[in-house]
Structures are given as structure tokens and as C-alpha cells.
Design a protein around this ligand. Structure first.
Ligand SMILES: Nc1ncnc2c1ncn2[C@@H]1O[C@H](COP(=O)(O)OP(=O)(O)OP(=O)(O)O)[C@@H](O)[C@H]1O
Ligand SMILES: [Mg+2]
Length: 508
């Protein structure tokens, strides 16, 4: 019976970055980064979207080669030519944007490139058993034979982690590991990190969730604009200081002051007795022009699926009215024509066409505007210029594929895209996932501006503080039902959790 526990502490991996530079074509992304990672410590890597965190870590894990500078592992200069070279040194990167083969099984993904052989043949039984053990360690009780395509986002994240564990990493890089996890899954991951650390594994933890960074790391390193800024013992900096160091200035209030919802306007969207079989039952809610309605709930409560049903992406029944007219939306494109757009939580899978350019992505949903009577490239170009300014999308060049934007900047592009067709109602599913604190604040102020301009906004979020800070009312879903709809003023996280988990005295 193979065991998946890491070998007892021998050597943690020590890393020195010495004047590392990286350019993609004419775009200089890293400008001589120097710092070291001590063995056996958990180091938080902080920085704004586009600061160069993922790029530096891809260099460490052999996915990218530096343009200049020296990378030393345990004192030895290294020239890593592939992720295999890095893995041979015990260095494994868990990708921010998942890197799984969708059509292969979970077990095959875990061992991809490391297939176990028995003579000439793959040792299927060993593969299944080891995969099951790695999955158990991350707390994902699924059949290793399941195709990755069938997993939800959080499960894919856990498979990525299981894959790294099965490779017996001595230096593990986690790039936004909890972005899609529930609080329970996050706790389990933290226990796993503590265990790996006790085994002497060096861990780099990249996250925009500063409360997690404060909890789980020993030290933080801050990068800004492709440069090393500072490092500090985690215990010696407050979250507020971390945020200021990241953005390089004093951050003002995160949330805009709440503005009243204009009185006397009919609902922009009204949903009654709406069912998405298997996911949501008897959902009824409405949102008025100028109103921000939050949707809270645990992962799996059915929030995303409810709205996917609304957009015609899942079988559904029930009544939907947009601006007082009954509609049956057949597809996201059809919904956009009726004035409702949706920002998917699965930015890479359903949100963006990452192999396409920025312009194509931006204008895809609003094709009617740009293709009348034929495609007008200059209008597209102007739209991109405006969007880059309005949404603060940071990129070295406008002529790149969406895949080369940093994670947070992809999120901003996705947001710009759903607002292109000038909707009357917009549904934003996890709009600030992977976004840095400064950009989060920008998004909150943007959402509020949209509401002030008369848009009805629905925000689905796992960050309860975000809903409380931003929304007028918060609907809570549990096991497919809306169990409470509460005014956000005076609402606490504890109250929301109580409704989401079913421990509130009475759902209101
Ligand atoms: N293949 C590429 N081609 C061109 N530019 C790239 C490529 N990969 C990354 N970049 C650019 O490098 C910069 C740094 O990106 P990186 O992904 O390292 O940022 P990050 O700090 O991880 O940000 P985030 O917090 O948003 O994930 C960004 O401006 C990005 O657009
Ligand atoms: Mg990144």
C-alpha cells in the first residue's frame, strides 16, 4: 500500500533570486529581483495584479526562463529548462490558472508525465491507489477515474494540490490556492500546509486574501512593478500595512458610502418560483434599478447554478421578468440582447477566450454594436482603449492574448466585457476573485457608479464582508433555496454564516 506522506525532514529547499530579469518581447516584467527563500518556512508573496509574482514563480518552477540574473537552489546556480528539471529538485508549482488536462481522469492528471510502469505497461492499480491517497490528503472524496471536465472549479483546485503532493515536493508554490475553496476546504488546506512545514517543506504562498496570509505565513515578501520592495516577519506587520506596502500608498476606505436605491422604480429583474432541477428550488427575488443585491451562500449552495439556469445554460422552469416583460432567456447572448449580462466565476472556462486577443474578448458579447454592418476594427480599438482606462487593466501591450494578462487583470477584462453591451441588469459572479486590494476597491467603486447610473447589479460572492460593504440587500442561499434576504446595513458576517449554514434561529 503506497503512502503519500512526505519524507521526514531532511533538507528544505533554499532559494536565492539574484538580479532576476524577465522580458516578454519588448515588455520588461521583472527588473532585477533579488531575495531569498529560507528552507522550511512559509513565505507569503504579495503584490498588486501584474507585479510579477506568478512570473517569478514560473521561473523558479521551470516554466519560464529568466532573461537575466541567477537562480540558486541550495547554493547551486541552476538553469532550469523545464518544469521537469525543477521537479527533479523537488520544486512544484500549483498554478493560479489551472493546468489540468480536461479530458483525462483525475488519476491520470495527478501522474501525467510521471506514469507508473509495471514492465512496459502502466500500473493502473498503483496509479489509482496513489491518486486516491493524495485526494484523501486534500480532502476530496471523489473517484480518481472521474474526468477532470466534470469537476467544479473548487474540485479542480484540490486536484492541483493533490498532484503537487503526489510529486513529493520539497518546495511547494501555491498561487492563489484558496480563491475557489469553501471555508472548510481552506481550513483543511491550512492544516496540510502546517503538516508540510513541519516536514521541512518550503512553501511560497501567493494570495490577495491578506487575512489568510497573516494566518498561514512566517514571513512576507512584497513585490511591486516587477521589483522586490521589502520583506518582514508576518507577526510584525498588520494587514493594513501589508496592503499599503503592496500598492505603495496609503489606501483609503475600501467601500464607497452606500447610496439609497431610487424610490418608486419597478424591478429591473423579477424572478418567481424558479427551479433549476438538482440545484435550486422555488427561488424568488427581485432587483431594482440602482440597487445592488448580494447573493451569499456556501460553495455548492446553488447560486451559480441558479443564474446559469436563468441564462438558459441549464434546464429550468419558472417566471422571469425583465423590466416588466416576461422572458425566456435561451443563452447568454440572448440574455445580453434582453439587457442582462453575466460575469462567470469560471473566468478561464466560461468567461474569457484566453487564446484570443484582448479586443476580440472585449467585443464578443457586444458584436451587434461593432459588426453593423461589418466589423469595425477602429471602433473595437477605441473600446479597448476606454476599457483599459476605465477598468485599470495593466498590460505591457494591447496586442496580446488574454492568456498573457496576469490573473487579476484577466478578471478586470472579463468585467469590462460583460459591461460592454450596456446591460440593464448585470450579474457578477465572484467579481473580485484574484484581484488585488487596490483593484478590489476600484471594482467596488465601479459597481457603485453603475448602480448610481441606474443599473441593477447582482453580486455573488464568497467574501461576506464584500457583500456587506457593497450591497443594499443580501440574499442567502442554502441547499438550493433562498433562505433569507436581509438589509445589508448593520448586517454581520456571523449572521450571514448562520443563515448559510442553517444555524440561524429563524430564516427571515
Ligand atoms: N506570456 C506573456 N507575454 C506577455 N506578457 C506577459 C506574459 N506573462 C505575463 N506577462 C505580463 O507580466 C506581468 C506580470 O504578470 P504576473 O502574472 O507575473 O503578475 P502577478 O503578480 O502574478 O499578478 P496577479 O496578482 O494578477 O496574478 C503582467 O503585466 C503580465 O501581463
Ligand atoms: Mg499571478
Amino acid at each position: 500500500m503506497p503512502t503519500m506522506t512526505t519524507a521526514p525532514a531532511t533538507t528544505g529547499v533554499a532559494v536565492d533570486f539574484d538580479a532576476i530579469t524577465k522580458a516578454f518581447g519588448p515588455v520588461q516584467v521583472l527588473h532585477g529581483v533579488s531575495f531569498s527563500l529560507p528552507p522550511g518556512k512559509v513565505v507569503g508573496l504579495l503584490g498588486e495584479n501584474g507585479a510579477g509574482k506568478s512570473t517569478l514563480m514560473k521561473i523558479l518552477a521551470g516554466y519560464e526562463r529568466p532573461s537575466g540574473g541567477v537562480l540558486r537552489i541550495n547554493g547551486q546556480p541552476q538553469d532550469l529548462r523545464s518544469s521537469r528539471d525543477a521537479e527533479a529538485l523537488g520544486i512544484v508549482l500549483i498554478h493560479q490558472e489551472f493546468n489540468l488536462a480536461e479530458d483525462l481522469s483525475v488519476a491520470d492528471n495527478i501522474f501525467l508525465g510521471h506514469e507508473k510502469k509495471k514492465g512496459l505497461f502502466l500500473d493502473e492499480r498503483a496509479i489509482q491507489a496513489e491518486a486516491a491517497a493524495a485526494l484523501a490528503q486534500v480532502g476530496l472524496p471523489i473517484d480518481p477515474a472521474t474526468k477532470v471536465r466534470r469537476l467544479i472549479v473548487a474540485e479542480k483546485q484540490l486536484v492541483e494540490i493533490a498532484k503537487a503532493i503526489a510529486r513529493r515536493a520539497r518546495l511547494l508554490i501555491m498561487d492563489e490556492p484558496t480563491a475557489t475553496l469553501t471555508p472548510g476546504e481552506t481550513e483543511r488546506l491550512f492544516r496540510l500546509i502546517a503538516q508540510l512545514r513541519a516536514d521541512g517543506v518550503t512553501i511560497v504562498y501567493i494570495s490577495h486574501k491578506l487575512d489568510e496570509v497573516a494566518r498561514v505565513t512566517d514571513e512576507v515578501v512584497v513585490m511591486r512593478d516587477g521589483r522586490f520592495v521589502t520583506r518582514a516577519a508576518t507577526a510584525e506587520v498588520t494587514r493594513h500595512q501589508m496592503a499599503n506596502l503592496m500598492v505603495g500608498r496609503e489606501l483609503a476606505d475600501l467601500y464607497p458610502p452606500r447610496e439609497p436605491v431610487p424610490a418608486g422604480r419597478a424591478p429591473a429583474l423579477r424572478v418567481q418560483g424558479f427551479d433549476v432541477p438538482g440545484w435550486a428550488q422555488q427561488a424568488s427575488f427581485e432587483v431594482r434599478p440602482g440597487e445592488i443585491l448580494g447573493f451569499a451562500g456556501l460553495v455548492g449552495a446553488g447560486r451559480t447554478e441558479l443564474f446559469e439556469g436563468l441564462l438558459g445554460l441549464r434546464p429550468r422552469r419558472g417566471q422571469v421578468e425583465l423590466a416588466g416583460h416576461a422572458v425566456q432567456l435561451r443563452s447568454p447572448r440572448d440574455a445580453a440582447r434582453h439587457g442582462l449580462t453575466y460575469l462567470s466565476e469560471d473566468r478561464k472556462g466560461k468567461g474569457l477566450h484566453v487564446a484570443f486577443g484582448l479586443r476580440q474578448n472585449l467585443t464578443l458579447m457586444a458584436l451587434d454594436q461593432y459588426a453593423r454592418p461589418w466589423l469595425r476594427p477602429e471602433a473595437e480599438r477605441a473600446a479597448l482603449d476606454t476599457a483599459v482606462k476605465d477598468y485599470g487593466i495593466r498590460t505591457g501591450s494591447l496586442d496580446v492574448r488574454a492568456s498573457s494578462l496576469s490573473g487579476g487583470n484577466q478578471q478586470k477584462l472579463a468585467l469590462a466585457k460583460v459591461l460592454q453591451p450596456h446591460p440593464k441588469v448585470v450579474v457578477l459572479d465572484e467579481p473580485t476573485r484574484g484581484v488585488d486590494v487596490g483593484a478590489k476597491r476600484d471594482i467596488y467603486f465601479l459597481v457603485q457608479r453603475l448602480a448610481r447610473e441606474g443599473l441593477a447589479v447582482i453580486v455573488i460572492s464568497s467574501e461576506l464582508m464584500e457583500l456587506i460593504g457593497l450591497a443594499h440587500r443580501v440574499a442567502v442561499m442554502r441547499a438550493g433555496r433562498i433562505v433569507a434576504t436581509l438589509p445589508a446595513d448593520g448586517l454581520t458576517e456571523e449572521q450571514l454564516i448562520a443563515h448559510a449554514t442553517g444555524t440561524a434561529h429563524a430564516d427571515a
